[in-house]
Design a protein. Structure first.
Length: 61
């Protein structure tokens, strides 16, 4: 089994969580953690629901 984790922010290195993990057996599966609207500095969004959703999608891309 091969495992690769994805965490786009440096501050994530200091926690025991990751944004996503891909597990490769014969096929690949990508597991995404619960997503929140945070910026690159780890600050939560203060915007409305649409703004938060757009930030979450941006974080996943």
């Amino acid at each position: 089994m091969e495992k690769q984790t994805f965490d786009q922010w440096e501050w994530g290195e200091y926690s025991n969580s990751v944004q996503a993990a891909e597990i490769k057996n014969p096929e690949g599966t990508l597991y995404c953690s619960g997503q929140v609207a945070i910026n690159a500095e780890g600050e939560p969004s203060k915007g409305d629901m649409r703004t938060q959703l757009l930030q979450i999608i941006k974080n996943l891309i």
